[in-house]
Design a protein around this ligand. Structure first.
Ligand SMILES: Nc1ncnc2c1ncn2[C@@H]1O[C@H](COP(=O)(O)OP(=O)(O)OP(=O)(O)O)[C@@H](O)[C@H]1O
Length: 722
């Protein structure tokens, strides 16, 4: 049996009526291939002779047969290549597409996924020291206890005494190990110790630079937990917030400023009320991310500006008149030294080492893995309380498998990482409208009865719906305005359970202590991204699980992680698909999955807005997939993926090229939204400027983390006339 036959037969089992029609048409075409059309009249019986076509009709018929033969040949070729069935009509993959979901089977050639190795283990708590053992203000200890912080984590035990001693430090410690408190506590202790008490007009004493707005809010919250002292003011400045309100805050006086690099620099340079001459501590949190996101220049400018204001405050014209110039310079240098710098990161690389050398003349290096003898820089350290798993799906099965996984995790707090903001928007709408709620009589809509399903009209239907997924959906990406981002972030944090669909904007530093499941629906763009995404669970010694979706083509990624001493267990999709049976009221997994896919596809044909979102989501995904960095490109290889299958995984019935045409067409007709280009991600750029189609890969990964400042316009070089 050829793979083509296999496809048809298998599909027929699943699909029933609609498919039988297609099958019989195939039989006709086979007969016509063996019996050339010229001889056809001879083979006719006398009974049907009266039905013989005239010459004109015959000509038409032979043309039709030729076209049909050509079509069938193409179809056979595509199917034997493992491709999707050839589309019917212009660009529509036809209603039969979803019926063949389980027909095309992959050769199960796996890389050896059963290698068990010893992953690198980093202990979070040493259990030896308590906050009360530290030489810090007793009120701070009391505040910590109120929040159940009693024992120091490993990194806190090592770092706090060094920071209290005023040393410059570079700290590396795994995700969720309590790095924030490791610097927040000594800073608050220093501020409390100032005699006489600090006044608001004393200006900023400490600056904390973080890569994302969520992290700025979160760090502000942690400071808030230990700062119950009314005279000490903590503030945050980040892109997307109202600049004027921030200026007013600065004018009133803030002692600790937490912010994203762009907005901080903007205020340092342009807000006269931002008094920086008294800054005694500069912290760069998530230093690896700050560098990855291309903030090095902003950081250098911040440091230069701080140095300048210090020198400026030392400017004493009287002293100069009295020829004390040299003395002033020496003092200024000494003061420069007094500013303490703290760098923190979960991963270390050459870039961070260079940044540390640039920012700090002498620094102490603190690494909580110092005790492990066999550690090497390639090893990734992930909390050992996290169970790491992968699921290998056929591309076409991705959408309903994700749905099934979400059903299975309905009682958990889940992060779902997706490649682009458009993907997040689309899946959020799809899931909230057509998955979390289902029509009450769905069990009666049998898969074979295509007509019933086709006519399922979601909008006009007065069909009663029931909520089938109690878990609330949230979405977070860099393309949302600041107000919405804040609301979602807070909402998800406060929720008892929920599903957050997000881009990598939520991958770094974000602390949702109860989050116990991480799903990576699209692969990470770097190994560090993998580590940080997984690091959103298993915080401060808590347990959690992580699941990455891989296709058969991407399975080499498991071996790559093994090289980093990260070992993943395989989960079978059937373990999850069984949840769809209850959902779709179908006894068999394949039928239930097919029914759900059909529901999604039908929804797209009825809901124009959703269809548009799906097209943009697919389009943004394809651009994302095409820009994987060099070291991962052979695994996440755009050139070898079956785009047709991916289109199905977005619930679309069109071919990839027709989706591209739709996106292109809509771009030229749709009035572009006013977007901050630096904030726009993965495809919104296309909405902004239709003619600027080539998007640099850097912008695809950096824009999520932009500060919210307008991008600087590059000066055009004037052409010199020759
Ligand atoms: N001593 C402690 N005891 C118990 N919980 C703690 C302690 N210190 C910090 N935590 C909690 O641990 C969690 C992680 O802390 P934090 O966000 O500072 O980690 P991190 O090392 O900065 O992580 P990441 O690298 O992902 O940013 C937080 O929920 C925090 O409240």
């Amino acid at each position: 049996m050829t793979s083509f036959d296999f496809t048809w037969n298998n599909a027929a089992q699943v699909t029933g009526k609609a498919f039988v029609r297609k099958k019989s048409s195939k039989k006709v075409s086979t007969q016509k291939q063996t019996a050339p059309p010229k001889k056809a009249p001879e083979s006719r019986t006398a009974k049907n002779k009266s039905l013989e076509p005239d010459d004109n009709q015959q000509e038409k018929l032979s043309g039709y047969v030729k076209r049909k033969q050509k079509k069938d040949k193409l179809a056979a070729k595509a199917a034997s290549d493992g491709n999707q069935q050839i589309s019917k009509g212009s660009g529509d993959k036809s209603a039969t597409t979803s019926y063949s979901l389980f027909a095309v089977r992959h050769k199960d050639i796996y890389v050896n996924t059963n290698i068990k190795g010893k992953s690198v283990v980093e202990k979070v708590f040493s259990g030896e020291k308590k906050f009360s053992d530290l030489q810090i203000h007793k009120y701070l200890v009391a505040n910590l206890q109120k929040h159940s912080f009693v024992n120091l984590t490993n990194v806190q035990e090592r770092a706090i005494p060094e920071i209290l001693a005023g040393k410059n430090v570079l700290i590396r410690s795994q995700t969720g190990s309590g790095k924030t408190l490791a610097y927040a506590l000594p800073i608050m202790n220093a501020l409390l110790s100032v005699e006489p008490r600090l006044q608001r007009q004393d200006g900023v004493q400490a600056i904390i630079v973080v890569p994302t707005r969520e992290l700025a809010l979160q760090t502000h919250e942690i400071f808030g937990k230990i700062n119950t002292f009314q005279w000490l003011v903590i503030g945050h400045l980040c892109g997307g917030e109202n600049r004027k309100t921030e200026k007013d805050k600065l004018r009133k006086g803030v002692h600790v400023v937490i912010g994203t690099p762009g907005r901080l620099l903007d205020h340092i340079l342009h807000t006269s009320a931002f008094k920086t001459e008294n800054v005694k501590c500069l912290v760069l949190d998530e230093a690896d991310r700050l560098l990855d996101m291309g903030f090095k220049k902003d950081i250098v400018k911040i440091v230069e500006a701080l140095d300048r204001t210090k020198q400026h405050s030392d400017y004493d014209p009287m002293a100069m008149l009295l020829h004390k110039k040299t003395q002033v310079k020496v003092e200024s240098k000494n003061q420069e030294k007094k500013r303490q710098t703290i760098l923190l990161s979960a991963t270390l690389n050459k870039g961070i080492a260079e940044l540390a050398d640039f920012l700090m003349k002498n620094h102490t290096y603190i690494d909580t893995l110092d005790d492990s003898p066999d550690i090497n820089p390639d090893h990734m350290v992930i909390p050992n309380t996290v169970t790491q798993e992968f699921i290998m799906t056929h591309i076409k099965h991705r959408l309903f498998t994700l749905s099934a996984v979400l059903l299975a995790k309905a009682k958990h707090k889940v992060f779902v990482f997706m490649a682009t903001s458009q993907m997040v928007d689309y899946h959020y709408d799809l899931f909230t409208k057509y998955f979390a709620k289902m029509p009450k009589n769905r069990g009666k809509l049998k898969i074979g009865e295509v007509a019933v399903l086709e006519n399922e009209d979601f909008e006009d239907s007065d069909e009663e719906e029931e909520v089938v997924l109690e878990s609330e959906f949230f979405k977070l990406h860099g393309n949302m305005d600041q107000g919405a981002r804040k609301k979602v972030f807070m909402g998800f944090k406060a929720a008892k359970r929920g599903i957050l669909l997000c881009t990598d904007v939520a991958a770094r530093g974000v602390d949702v202590p109860e989050a116990d499941c991480i799903i990576q629906y699209t692969g990470p763009q770097s190994d560090d991204d993998y580590l940080h995404r997984v690091g959103r669970t298993g915080r401060a010694g808590k347990s959690g699980s992580s699941l990455i979706f891989l296709t058969h083509e991407e399975q080499e990624y498991i071996a790559r992680l093994q090289d980093h001493k990260v070992f993943l267990k395989e989960r079978q999709s059937s373990e999850f698909l069984k949840h769809l049976c209850t959902l779709m009221e179908e006894p068999e997994e394949e039928k239930a999955a097919t029914a759900l896919q059909r529901r999604f596809e039908t929804a797209l044909t009825k809901d124009k807005d959703l269809h548009r979102l799906a097209c943009f989501a697919y389009s943004s995904w394809s651009r994302f997939y095409n820009t994987f960095p060099g070291q991962l490109r052979s695994i996440f290889n755009f050139k070898t993926v079956n785009l047709g299958h991916y289109v199905t995984s977005f619930g679309l019935r069109e071919t990839p090229s027709s989706v591209a045409r739709i996106v292109k067409g809509q771009v030229s007709t749709v009035q572009p939204r006013r977007l901050n280009k630096k904030l726009a991600t993965h495809g919104d750029e296309e909405e902004v400027k239709t003619h600027k189609r080539k998007i640099k890969s850097v912008s695809l990964t950096t824009s999520e983390f932009a500060s919210g400042l307008e991008p600087k316009k590059k000066k055009k070089k004037k052409k010199t006339q020759t």
